[in-house]
Design a binder for this molecule. Structure first.
Ligand code: COA
Length: 319
């Protein structure tokens, strides 16, 4: 057993431990086990794959206190998804997982909520991390680092389960972010700036489109409105590399497959079709004459994602 797996063994609940038993955790952790031992371990009572009941009774409150407005998915949808998963009703869909950490007294300290997207190429799986949060008194203890590592581990174990003849690699974690220039108030901008700083420290990069004719860089991410009547929002896709794999974008097809897998997962989860189709059309328009590229998150500017669409039924302006 590798160092990190050994360190965490007694903390993992049975379901999580048996799921990731074959994964070498040390090789996919950005920080060494010796640091985790000092920073995170003393503050952890247990680490679990969160059930629907545990989410509703213990995690939901912390989730809701960290995310607001249009960025937050409805809690009842999350509970239903976890219930369906436990009842074997999601076999053909992207696995949906929540990794949760409790303190030694059993109180919730943090959570990471993600879907595992399988790309059409049949060779890659990517955890799409929707939310990661740590309660204020447990911040700067490497808990989010640990949850990022376990997110990769769970996705790798899910990929191994689905494997046919070929290995399915998990090259990075996908998440969306708001650059610091986004946000209507100084408060929101400060939050976004802090998030960008944290993401950049982890070596995360933005996945963007570069227009070949004039080299203009555009965001490749339009989130569809999560509720009927809500407009699409342009955010920025970010990739956090799997420390065990070099972070590179193999080719344009991979970028497109990633974006397609995202919209497919929104469809699978039953988000409003009209909203999804609109967001997808907007991204496809941006594809024209462009290619995917990676760039530092801190280099993303307003011109790359604000008011960049030609106008799509008047709804694109909200971005
Ligand atoms: C973002 C968040 C999850 C980070 O959790 P955390 O457990 O405190 O982070 P970690 O201790 O694992 O630190 C991870 C890295 O980010 C750095 N970091 C964490 N918080 C930071 C801050 N406020 N400013 C600068 N760097 C910070 C750490 O130093 C570490 O980098 P290092 O290895 O180079 O030292 C937590 O601040 C949070 O819950 N914020 C509110 C919700 C949110 O914004 N979630 C993210 C968007 S989905």
């Amino acid at each position: 057993m590798d160092d990190l797996a050994q360190l965490l063994e007694s903390k993992l609940d049975q379901r999580l431990r048996s799921h990731i038993t074959k994964i070498n955790l040390t090789s996919i952790s950005r920080i060494p086990a010796s640091r985790i031992k000092k920073t995170a371990l003393p503050n952890i009572g247990s680490i679990e794959l969160v059930s629907s009941e545990a989410f509703a009774t213990s995690y939901d409150e912390l989730y809701r206190s960290n995310f607001h407005g249009g960025e937050r998915e409805r809690s009842d949808l999350i509970v239903t998804r976890l219930q369906d998963d436990a009842n074997g009703l999601r076999e053909d869909l992207a696995p949906y997982r929540i990794i949760g950490i409790r303190d030694p007294a059993g109180r919730v300290a943090g959570g990471a909520q993600f879907s595992v997207l399988f790309l059409k190429d049949g060779r890659h799986a990517v955890p799409y991390l929707q939310y990661v949060y740590v309660r204020p008194e447990n911040r700067r203890q490497d808990l989010s680092e640990l949850m990022h590592t376990l997110t990769l581990a769970v996705a790798m174990a899910d990929a191994a389960k689905r494997r046919g003849n070929e290995d399915i690699a998990v090259p990075f974690t996908l998440f969306e972010t708001e650059p610091p220039v986004h946000g209507s108030s100084a408060d929101k901008r400060a939050t976004a700036a802090e998030r960008t700083k944290i993401h950049s420290k982890s070596g995360s990069v933005a996945l963007m489109l570069r227009r070949i004719a004039d080299h203009r860089i555009l965001s490749a991410h339009v989130q569809s409105g999560l509720e009927i009547g809500e407009p699409p929002l342009t955010y920025v896709w970010a990739l956090r590399g799997n420390p065990g794999v070099a972070l590179e974008l193999r080719d344009d097809q991979m970028g497109k497959a990633l974006v397609a897998a995202y919209y497919q997962s929104l469809r699978d989860e039953g988000f409003p079709e009209e909203n999804i189709a609109l967001a997808e059309r907007m991204v496809e328009a941006r594809y024209r004459g462009s290619e995917f590229c990676l760039m530092p998150l801190g280099d993303v500017t307003k011109e790359m994602y604000v008011d960049i669409d030609e106008s799509e039924s008047g709804m694109g302006g909200k971005t």
